[in-house]
Write a protein that binds this ligand. Structure first.
Ligand SMILES: Cc1ncc(COP(=O)(O)O)c(C=O)c1O
Length: 423
């Protein structure tokens, strides 16, 4: 199609098909909160893409978690993969009084053992036995794995592998057993399977010790179609299954039972509902402290977003111009006021949603870039070069490792820089 015909066609489609749908103005300037953050980052910030942790907001979320769990008589376990910075973890540990950490990555596990020598560490996923071996090879310092570390095992085969590792190392490994309580992400799903694992543990007391259960229940808070169950019903079902496994150990393996076993459950989506059950002894939560967008869910309505990607505007180029269409592409910015001002930001291509100023959007016609991404908005945003664009990440695990030192802020001011763990 010739360019003129293309433009005429595009214009006709826009006008003919869209008179009813012409976009309204979604733009609005920073509110007072983001205006203060913008001023501070422009004056004292790194002026490159960074992750801002708002400590006032995180405190509020953390205090909700600790108050709920305290009221329920349960311990709190900090999820390291969602908060992977030693200073961040230390801060949360001190404020919550928890020394319990859930780890998911062998290099981080080694770091945890050195940085938090009095921690109680539980793996959140079963690591290949070779990873476990590497942990022991690299381990140094006073942290005592035979007392302070629980490996997660999901199958009889893995218990057998860990048994052989323990024999080779001449040490005793504490084994926590993963339960499938409805998420169906693996783990024990019947008593016969559990019995095989406990038989192996019971038969090898010099090498293996039963340390408890882990039953993660994200499906409870993330929800399923309502016809299949409310979060409360799903939690009751999950914890009914959990209790069944507890009863099985108590009745069939009384010598393995101890009242201080770790009976871990939860996850951010379900933690507020766990005050309804008496089976678990502790709840793991990490992401709820920061509340990225995927956690805008019914169970976390009291939580507030406490993490933002902030990045400076590098260029303000005016109305959008599509390469090769050049000035003729003005029809786009004429049609859609939200595309009237085009900007390029420092970095991009993140899994995140624009937060402030309001009404910013990405234009796929101009292509993606992790170096300088396009973003457009209406004049109502008031955005200028060197201002910050604020985004909310979709999730935090992995994301907190991508931006260098986390920028800790309080009362709208930068108070510290917290390096992330490095893999
Ligand atoms: C075993 C386990 N427990 C707890 C969690 C909860 O982590 P968060 O609260 O950060 O979502 C997860 C997350 O994947 C998990 O895998």
């Amino acid at each position: 199609m010739k360019r003129r015909n293309f433009l005429l066609g595009a214009g006709a489609a826009v006008i003919g098909g869209g008179l009813l749908a012409r976009p309204g103005d979604h733009g609005a300037p920073y509110d007072a909160y983001f205006s203060a953050l913008n001023q501070e980052l422009k004056k004292n910030g790194p002026m490159r893409p960074c992750l801002v942790i708002d400590l006032d907001r995180m405190d509020r979320n953390l205090d909700l978690v600790t108050a709920t769990l305290k009221g329920a008589g349960k311990n709190y376990r900090i999820v390291e993969k969602s908060l992977p910075s030693p200073k961040l973890i230390d801060y949360i540990s001190k404020r919550s009084g928890s020394r319990r950490l859930m780890s998911f990555h062998q290099p981080f596990l080694n770091d945890d053992a050195v940085l938090f020598p009095d921690a109680d560490l539980l793996l959140g996923k079963p690591l290949p036995v070779r990873s476990a071996e590497l942990f022991y090879k690299n381990h140094k310092g006073p942290f005592d794995p035979s007392r302070q570390l629980q490996w997660l095992n999901d199958t009889p085969e893995r218990v057998q592998e860990y048994l052989e590792l323990a024999r080779g190392l001449g040490t005793r490994l504490r084994i926590n057993i993963e339960l499938d309580v409805g998420l169906h992400r693996g783990g024990v799903s019947n008593n016969a399977m559990l019995g095989q694992m406990l038989d192996l543990i019971a038969a090898n007391p010099q090498q293996l010790e039963f340390a408890g259960f882990m039953g993660y229940d994200a499906h409870v808070g993330f929800g399923v179609p309502p016809i299949l169950g409310t979060p409360q019903e799903l939690l009751a079902k999950a914890m009914g299954e959990y209790q069944g496994y507890v009863d099985f150990v108590r009745s069939q393996y009384p010598r393995l039972w101890r009242d201080d076993l770790t009976l871990n459950a939860g996850g951010s989506p379900s933690y507020p509902l766990h005050d309804q059950e008496k089976t678990s002894s502790e709840i793991s939560t990490g992401t709820a402290l920061l509340k990225p967008t995927h956690y805008d869910i019914a169970t976390l309505t009291k939580h507030v977003p406490a993490v933002f990607i902030a990045t400076p505007v590098i260029k303000a180029v005016g109305p959008i111009e599509i390469p090769a269409l050049d000035g003729k592409s003005r029809i786009v910015s004429w049609w859609d006021v939200n595309q009237r001002d085009l900007y390029y930001i420092y970095g991009g291509f993140w899994r995140a949603e624009y937060e402030s100023p309001k009404g910013l959007q990405f234009n796929p016609i101009l292509g993606v870039s992790a170096n300088q991404e396009n973003v457009s908005g209406s004049p109502a945003t008031g955005l200028k070069v060197n201002d910050q664009v604020f985004m909310r990440p979709e999730i935090v695990e992995g994301v907190l490792l991508q931006f260098g030192d986390l920028v800790a802020m309080r009362g709208g001011k930068i108070v510290d820089y917290w390096p992330p763990l490095s893999a």
